[in-house]
Design a protein around this ligand. Structure first.
Ligand code: ATR
Length: 278
């Protein structure tokens, strides 16, 4: 970026109107008094290659990527971080001066930092972990748990083959668990994570029996609409420490903002309020 230009960043998705990222980054830009703009970019899949080639020529220094483009951008990027490669999806793009696209995935960072910020003693290496759901978001969570030394990751998914695919990819410690046995897998686990869409506004409820959760276990839900999900309520009823999923969204945005706008931003209550009010 040349010094006199005002940096532009966008979130690329379809639909993108629901994205909280413009409010999130807009809050930080205002808070730090930085020049720059962050805008929603509704882009159809067939237009993605052309749009990505054009954005750097229009003053864009990078982008976030959301559904349905997170996998496609990996194939279109000139350089892909190890994390994005392992996860098979990218959420953060940085454009260099030559217009080349660097793709990264900060979802695992967001997951980890959210739990660390809420519960500084959280240590996923001290006991088995249980993960519900083996979709796109789950991969980032599994990769993060593997990185943090989780000794065992029990992974249950409605479509068993998807859980098996993660077991094949990551090997030990991931253990695919049939959906019918999902309720039992939480026994003895120190970390329990919902990555399915169950419990999200407009989706079926999360209704698996969580009575096997041990008191003191850490439970977190990637769903943050509503903030206090049925999954978190059920886990709390067993004595679990619960952390809502909004923080993962906030923390995954930190590395991108720093790279694009040159300021390491802080996640705090004012940011949460700005994003919730969006
Ligand atoms: P994301 O990127 O948010 O993970 P996704 O890849 O579509 O989105 O994954 C959604 C997850 O929710 C999957 O684990 C999905 O299970 P399947 O792989 O069997 O589709 C899970 N999910 C969605 N609806 C569900 C339901 N009614 N019951 C159980 N799991 C469900």
């Amino acid at each position: 970026m040349t010094a006199h230009k005002i940096p532009l960043v966008g979130v690329i998705g379809a639909p993108v109107g629901h994205s909280r990222s413009p409010a999130l980054h807009g809050h930080w830009l205002a808070r730090y008094g930085l020049p720059g703009h962050y805008v929603p970019l509704e882009v159809a899949p067939e237009d993605l290659p052309e749009v990505l080639a054009a954005l750097p020529r229009m003053g864009f220094v990078g982008a976030n990527v959301t559904i349905p483009h997170k996998e496609a951008v990996v194939a279109l990027a000139h350089r892909v971080s190890d994390r994005a490669d392992v996860i098979g999806a990218a959420n953060t793009l940085v454009f260099d001066d030559e217009g080349r696209i660097h793709a990264d995935n900060t979802d695992g960072f967001g997951f980890t930092e959210n739990l660390r910020a809420a519960l500084p003693d959280w240590d996923p290496s001290s006991a088995p972990c249980a993960v519900f759901g083996a979709g796109g978001a789950s991969r980032a969570v599994i990769a993060a748990l593997v990185d943090l030394g989780a000794p065992e990751i029990r992974l249950a998914n409605r479509t068993f083959e998807r859980a098996q695919a993660r077991e094949d990819q990551f090997g030990a410690p991931v253990k695919a668990v049939p959906w019918e046995e999902a309720a039992q897998m939480v026994a003895g686990c120190g970390t329990v994570v919902n990555t399915t869409s169950l419990g999200m506004q407009g989706q079926p409820p999360f209704d698996l029996d969580l009575s096997g959760i041990v008191p003191g276990a850490v439970a977190t839900d990637l769903v943050y609409t509503p903030l206090d999900t049925p999954f978190l309520q059920a886990a709390r009823a067993q004595g679990a420490q619960t952390v809502d999923g909004l923080g993962m969204l906030l923390y995954q945005a930190v590395p991108g903002f720093e790279r694009w706008f040159g300021q390491r931003p802080e996640v705090d209550e004012a940011l949460r309020a700005a994003v919730l009010g969006a």
